[in-house]
Design a protein around this ligand. Structure first.
Ligand code: SF4
Length: 86
């Protein structure tokens, strides 16, 4: 299912890889952030990439998070209601 975009904000919610890298770097500079292993990160992202609730290839429709960031954080989880996917 292809999502053509948010009716309210369209292109402003689409992130380039460069923008994601910048956000990622800023997030990882925060003190005491625990990260998952690379294997766990890839496992989580695989599930997001095949999830029907992922918009624009970056954004979880349930929480509005950029999954490439959320999946890296050890303390985070999938917000899918009642059945988290990771
Ligand atoms: S965090 Fe969960 S609900 Fe959101 S896109 Fe990923 S798998 Fe889907």
């Amino acid at each position: 299912m292809e999502n053509i975009g948010c009716k309210g904000c369209t292109a402003t919610v689409r992130l380039t890889q460069e923008e994601m890298d910048k956000i990622f770097g800023e997030t990882m500079r925060v003190k005491n952030v625990k990260l998952v292993t690379e294997d766990e990160y890839n496992n989580r992202l695989d599930k997001c990439m095949s999830c029907e609730y992922l918009d624009y290839g970056t954004t979880c429709r349930f929480c509005g998070c950029i999954v490439q960031i959320r999946a890296k954080l050890a303390g985070s989880g999938c917000p899918y209601p009642y059945e988290p996917r990771w």
